[in-house]
Design a protein around this ligand. Structure first.
Ligand code: NAD
Ligand code: TYD
Length: 356
């Protein structure tokens, strides 16, 4: 048997592929368009490993996807491929519509065609797991209960709106065509191979290179943080045991204000790699103009996943952040390779207009 992973050269997808092949020998076909966020270096340890087949392709390429599904006799698809950065969606929503909505739609069509042609037993066993985000539920007030699977969808950014659309399409393909789908909605991930445009890796790197640590607005926005390997274990559990057609929220029970996250990072760097001048990294914290439409709080209620499938995160925020900071300190080559010309122009676009 074989699984097909999309977006497996990105942050979560590459962690998933690496963990999957560390845990079993079932081959992975990995489709990735290699946008700015896709990086084959994440998968360098799999070079020459026949269990991993990489194909540079767009999930919206119906013919390529259908051929791969047929030729590789795929028994499950895990869909990570997406445009994933809220700030980029504000500067240019088009790519988000193309990949997250149209790309997901074409992927669903290819999967539906393949699935229709399977023998009954294979049809029953087949799964499409769609990886989504808690951001589709919108923003919570301070005292609201965390998001459960029955929360209304209220996406507020072009990113979350495009993910919401893909979630709805996935749901409809189950309801209408009987496609055996599963959806996971996860909170903010962090860990190895996280692209340094996102808060945690950006602040680690800016701290180490003496740059400002940009805090949007008052820094009191709350996110629920989950170590990426815990997200991957949740996906494996849902894929193996999830009930077809169901949605599972995935979270780390780690609600933190952004400013507290950055202070935690600074404290850890003070301990592991103190500044040459002996001053605390927190001195580099700088308040900048807020993100337009910035959601105030996300929080995930992951009790369904624990109750029904027995999943719990293995890491606390403290253990996960320590592993993450250590990983970045030990993988400065990886970071430096990512900091290409494209990355620089993104920083100019996103931060130049924000007053310090
Ligand atoms: P990422 O941006 O790091 O990686 C996305 C990957 O998808 C990249 O390798 C990119 O090249 C690839 N890709 C983009 N468009 C494609 C296309 N049209 N065809 C094929 N490949 C394409 O994203 P991530 O953080 O790894 O997120 C993966 C998934 O998990 C996304 O669907 C995202 O919405 C979801 N998610 C992310 C988080 C988070 O905190 N990062 C939290 C919850 C859910
Ligand atoms: P981010 O990592 O972009 O993830 P998301 O927007 O999907 O939650 O941002 C996490 C939080 O950190 C979010 O509230 C925005 C904030 N943030 C900053 O304060 N400064 C920054 O430079 C970035 C990139 C994010």
């Amino acid at each position: 048997m074989t699984i097909l992973v999309t977006g497996g050269a990105g942050f979560i997808g590459s962690n998933f592929v690496l963990d999957w092949l560390a845990g079993c020998d079932e081959p992975v076909v990995n489709i990735d368009k290699l946008t700015y966020a896709g990086n084959l270096e994440n998968l360098a340890s799999l070079q020459g490993d026949a269990r991993h087949v990489f194909v540079k392709a767009d999930i919206g390429d119906y013919d390529v996807v259908l051929d791969l599904l047929k030729n590789r006799h795929v028994r499950a698809v895990v869909n990570f491929a997406a445009e994933s950065h809220v700030d980029r969606s504000i500067h240019g929503p088009e790519d988000f519509i193309q990949t997250n909505i149209l790309g997901s739609f074409r992927l669903l069509e290819a999967v539906r065609c393949y699935w229709n042609g399977l023998a009954d037993a294979e049809k029953q066993a087949f799964r499409l797991l769609h990886v989504s985000t808690d951001e589709v539920y919108g923003s919570l007030e301070k005292t609201d209960p965390p998001f459960s699977e029955s929360n209304q969808y209220q996406p507020n950014s072009p990113y979350s709106a495009s993910k919401a659309a893909s979630d709805h399409l996935v749901r409809s393909y189950h309801h209408t065509y009987g496609l055996p789908v599963l959806t996971t909605n996860c909170s903010n991930n962090y860990g190895p191979y996280h692209f340094p445009e996102k808060l945690i890796p950006l602040c680690i790197q800016n701290a180490l290179t003496g740059k400002a640590l940009p805090i949007y607005g008052d820094g009191q926005q709350i996110r629920d943080w989950l170590y990426v390997k815990d997200h991957c274990s949740a996906i494996r559990r849902v894929l193996a045991e999830g009930q077809v057609g169901q949605v599972y929220n995935v979270g780390g029970w780690n609600e933190k204000a952004n400013l507290d996250v950055v202070h935690t990072l600074c404290g850890m760097l003070d301990e592991l790699q103190p500044r040459a001048d002996g001053k605390p990294y927190a001195e580099q914290i700088t308040y900048v103009t807020d993100r337009p439409g910035h959601d105030r709080r996300y929080a995930i209620d992951a009790t369904k996943l624990e109750r029904e499938l027995g999943w719990k995160p293995a890491e606390t925020f403290e253990t996960g952040i320590r592993k993450t900071v250590q990983w970045y300190l030990e993988h400065q080559d990886w970071v430096n390779n990512v900091l290409s010309g494209d990355y620089q122009s993104w920083l100019d676009k996103n931060y130049a207009g924000r007053d310090a």
